[in-house]
Design a protein around this ligand. Structure first.
Ligand code: NAD
Length: 277
């Protein structure tokens, strides 16, 4: 399937649908990542804290796919926001991945209570200048901390990766992103199996109308909103199914029906404002 690419404000592009590997053990990461690459994914989302960068790296090395045809994201963990720690953490991630650069490096959480998110962002700016990372962005930053790192450095993140799915649509943060030209990337795009999202009648009715699966409908909704998304599965048929969502076009009415599912209490994961290390 042909995956659309979205442009970062300062140049470069990202495949709009990628493969996420949260909670995938390192022992199986190489196998499932290889399956994703064979299925046609060219964008992989990992993180230091997932403990599977080495497995992802083995799959990349064995794939024979040219480096410039791949897009690899990893993330800086919360214990390494200090300048020297952040530089060392990036170098260690690259070593585990077996890469000499990543396409996108993210500050994983702002952890406001720790108070080092500006320092962490400055470290990512330095890493980009040194060529170890192509694009830099953040993840799990409340609007206040997002504005603060921009104000403090004059450098706008290329992308912000946040919990986002039909039950938790993050409209306010998406407006902040739009104002700054920041791409929105959704984690937990399928609701992480924590809710009845994939059984919701609004979703299953649309799925039936298209002969598609509920997961494909939800992913097509993300894509219709211009959101970059990184669904995870370790099931071979679902790995293929999720990628094929790029071929599903929802009508404006269908998108609106899913827009109506937003809930004030829809958050499934930690709140970035109160997250501690
Ligand atoms: P997800 O919403 O992608 O849900 C994954 C789960 O949904 C699977 O484990 C499976 O149970 C189910 N599923 C997947 N495909 C399906 C299908 N076709 N049909 C039915 N069920 C299906 O949740 P996630 O893995 O937490 O998020 C995706 C990725 O986002 C992660 O792998 C990771 O890369 C990233 N992530 C980032 C953060 C962050 O803090 N930045 C947090 C969580 C996840």
């Amino acid at each position: 399937p042909a995956v659309p690419r979205l442009s970062f404000r300062d140049g470069g592009t990202i495949p709009q649908l990628g493969y996420g590997v949260f909670k995938v053990a390192d022992e199986i990461a190489a196998d499932v990542t290889a399956q994703a690459l064979r299925a046609g994914y060219r964008h992989i989302d990992t993180a230091k804290i997932y403990g599977n960068e080495a497995g992802v790296g083995r799959a990349i090395a064995a794939s024979g796919i040219a480096r410039e045809d791949l897009f690899v994201t990893t993330k800086l963990w919360n214990d390494a926001h200090g300048t020297d720690d952040a530089i060392a953490a990036c170098e260690a991630s690259l070593a585990r991945l077996g890469l000499d650069y990543v396409d996108l490096f993210l500050v994983h959480w702002a952890v406001p209570a720790q108070g080092q998110y500006v320092e962490a962002w400055k470290a990512l700016i330095a890493l980009q200048e040194r060529g170890l990372v192509r694009a830099i962005g953040v993840s799990n930053h409340p609007a206040a901390q997002l504005e603060e790192i921009i104000e403090a450095t004059g450098v706008v993140p290329a992308i912000h990766q946040i919990e986002l799915h039909p039950y938790f649509q993050q409209r306010e943060l998406r407006e902040v992103h739009e104002r700054h030209g920041i791409l929105t990337e959704s984690w937990g795009p399928l609701g992480q199996g924590k809710s009845d999202l994939l059984e919701n009648a609004a979703v299953t009715d649309i799925a039936a109308a298209h002969g598609a699966s509920p997961a494909q409908v939800v992913l097509a909704w993300h894509l219709a909103h211009g959101i970059v998304t990184i669904p995870k599965s370790v099931t071979p048929s679902r790995i293929v199914e999720n990628l094929a969502a790029v071929e599903l076009r929802l009508t404006a009415e269908e998108v609106a029906a899913i827009d109506a599912l937003d809930r004030p209490d829809g958050r499934g994961g930690a709140d970035p404002a109160t997250k501690t290390a």
